[in-house]
Design a protein around this ligand. Structure first.
Ligand code: FAD
Length: 416
């Protein structure tokens, strides 16, 4: 085996994105994945302009568009009465940010990045479970469960929510939200699906639950996600999120949502965890990336996007810190990465939590929220400008954050 410049641990969307970005900068990258084969479980994923901008820079946007679907609008509806609350014109969004909003099957996005890595010459190794990380004098080393050792200049740990590498930096655990997600894809020609408008990304928001649907693969598939708060999780039970809880959670929702529930996969569900933000992602020559650094709740659909942004930012800083003889000042590149990414991701993780609270309101608060959202101007982009604009490379480039402020203390949303 050749001696790689960088080792990436984890072959998810984050690890593959980082491996491609660094290979593009002329580095030799070895990627280690513990699973016996590369792949992604799940259904659809939403990619906002801050991600499609990067895919375009990578030369991958046209292929992504051909595999996915560019919707016309994002619509929020009340899950109880089905009424429209607000909408975002996604075609205008493309004009505003220069890049489209795209929805794509996870396995298609993962396959796209995997093929890009293969073409770029990333050394892709499966059945390679990393069991320990350590810094050496001149770089870092990982040890595998097989006993094999891999040494290199830098290790990027893209090892997901249950990251082993994260333990080098912080003694924390995933935080349970007590919410669980069911997913499901249905062929669009299925008779009970034919009437669904696949040009829209729709979220029905309800008390303690929400339901998302949108088209995939150019309109061949309908993607559905049903998310709810599990009473069993709140009671401390171990077997939480079971299908009986799914049916009970959506019992009070409108006919449209009820009709969709039989199409959810019922043999698998995803319990929703995030972690409290941490601002230190670098341990010597070992760096966290993607969900290992900043797993969010998925309410603003930025988890995989942040992982892809991390890899792009790292690649850009490597390019800026390469000397004429090709050597890279890794300490400076990692410091520049850590100067900008943790704060952005902290904002996304904390905003996602607040967004979930807003979506799941009940009673008077739900009515207040609905009244506010109905008055929102369709062409008001203040709540996404800080996300969908160009990814910042330095803290100075990071746009001011938008936060919804608590409904009981304010009559409207604000930017600060
Ligand atoms: P992972 O996908 O977890 O990949 C980690 C990889 O590392 C895995 O392949 C694993 O096998 C490997 N690994 C772990 N430990 C080791 C080890 N010790 N040795 C070797 N390999 C190891 N994000 C969006 O941007 N848009 C969305 O619309 C969106 N929707 C979502 C909907 C739901 C219901 C959920 C649950 C999440 C959603 N997300 C979304 C979030 C997104 O899926 C994740 O943030 C993203 O996939 C994280 O990618 P990752 O590569 O960092 O981690």
């Amino acid at each position: 085996m050749s001696h790689p410049d960088v080792i990436v641990v984890g072959g998810g969307i984050g690890g593959l994105g980082a491996a491609f970005s660094l290979t593009r900068q002329g580095l030799g990258v070895r990627l280690l994945e513990r699973a016996p084969a590369f792949g992604e479980v799940g259904a659809g994923i939403q990619l906002a302009p801050n991600c499609t901008r990067i895919l375009d820079d990578y030369g991958l946007l046209n292929e992504a568009k051909s595999l996915g679907l560019v919707p016309d609008a994002m619509v929020m509806r009340d899950a109880v009465d089905g009424g429209e609350l607000t909408r975002l014109d996604l075609r205008n969004l493309e004009r505003r940010y220069g890049y489209p909003y795209l929805v794509i099957h996870r396995s298609d996005l993962h396959g796209l990045l995997l093929r890009a890595c293969e073409r770029a010459g990333v050394e892709l190794i499966t059945d390679a479970q990393v069991t320990s990380y350590e810094n050496t004098g001149r770089g870092a080393r990982v040890i595998l469960s097989s006993g094999a050792s891999h040494e290199t200049g830098v290790v990027i740990a893209a090892d997901g929510l249950h990251s082993l590498a994260r333990r080098l930096l912080v003694d924390d655990e995933p935080v349970s939200s007590a919410y669980v997600a069911y997913r499901g894809t249905v062929p669009a020609e299925q008779p009970r699906v034919r009437s669904v408008d696949l040009s829209e990304v729709v979220v029905h928001v309800g008390p303690g639950c929400h339901f998302v649907h949108y088209g995939l693969r150019g309109g061949e598939l309908l993607n559905q996600v049903a998310v709810f708060e599990s009473p069993k999780a709140l009671a401390g039970a171990q077997d939480w999120g079971t299908p009986d809880e799914l049916d009970a959670a959506f019992a009070g929702t409108c006919g449209f949502v009820q009709e969709r529930l039989p199409f959810m996969w019922r043999d698998k569900w995803w319990r929703m965890f995030d972690r409290d933000p941490v601002m230190n992602w670098i341990h010597g020559r070992i760096a966290l990336l993607g969900d290992s650094a900043h797993p969010p709740l998925q309410y603003i659909a930025q988890g995989a996007i942040m992982a892809i942004e991390d890899g792009w930012v790292l690649g850009e800083h490597v390019a800026r810190r390469r000397a004429a003889d090709g050597t890279i000042d890794w300490d400076a590149a990692l410091a520049a990465y850590e100067a900008v990414r943790p704060e952005h991701c902290r904002r996304v993780v904390t905003t996602s939590r607040k967004w979930g609270e807003l979506w799941h309101l009940d009673g008077v608060a739900r009515e207040q929220r609905n009244a506010l959202l109905r008055t929102r101007d369709t062409y008001d982009y203040t709540f996404v400008d800080w996300l969908y604009g160009p990814t910042a490379l330095t803290p100075d480039e990071e746009p001011p954050m938008f936060e919804p402020i608590p409904l009981e203390s304010a009559p409207a949303y604000t930017v600060r």
